[in-house]
Write a protein that binds this ligand. Sequence first.
Ligand code: 6GU
Length: 245
Amino acid sequence: MRYDVITIFPEYLAPLELSLMGKAKETGRVNLNITNLRDFAFDRHKTVDDTPYGGGAGMVMKAEPWGLALEQALEATPTQEQLPLLIVPSPAGQVFNQQLAYDLAEEEHIVFAPARYEGIDERVLDWAETRFRVLPVSIGDYVLYGGEVAVMVMIEAITRLIPGAMGNPESLEEESHTGGLLEYPVYTKPADWRGHRVPDILLSGNHGAIARWRRDQQIERTFDRRPDMFKAYPPENWDKKDRKK
Ligand code: 6GU
């Protein structure tokens, strides 16, 4: 997977060097390329924004630097079989979720264009339509200063689904948002911490009973915390011993 990120704040993405994400880079499973948009602004002040036509609050990102930066990203696309994907983070986009993360993990080249200010001159997106598959994506129903943090969220969620980029791939199987129920609670030593005891069943050695208890916890948590997910849980995934609250 090759990722390109074009931003006026390249330092914002520095944490992607750390931990498992950093390891995925080092081992060559992902190639992360961060480009400073200002490298494509050629006036004395490296201007990337200007006032909006039609008036109104805030500033708009200029088309010229984006056009050049996106052209540079196109040159790097690994194969020409498919147009590369251009993800434009925006609170007005399709909402990111685990299913979209799985779909994106199959891509070969994703270019991210996180905007600041009021957004990018719309003509850049029109122009990009013939060169990329353009996908506006939101990470949830709230508003951030800019798209950089949204890009980090997406890159983390996608990268851990790329084969070999997960510390323990088995943790993918049981986790929240893949099976349709939230995860069960977990505990480690000591068995008694400040008077709070680990549930006895987990110390029983009875693996069948433990599996049952964990499943009941998943159902209870999902019912309490995420009634929307609970209602959408596929009927064929219920087993005979489930108590459906
Ligand atoms: Cl992708 N960008 C911004 N600026 N705010 C957001 C968002 C993206 N997703 C949710 N809020």
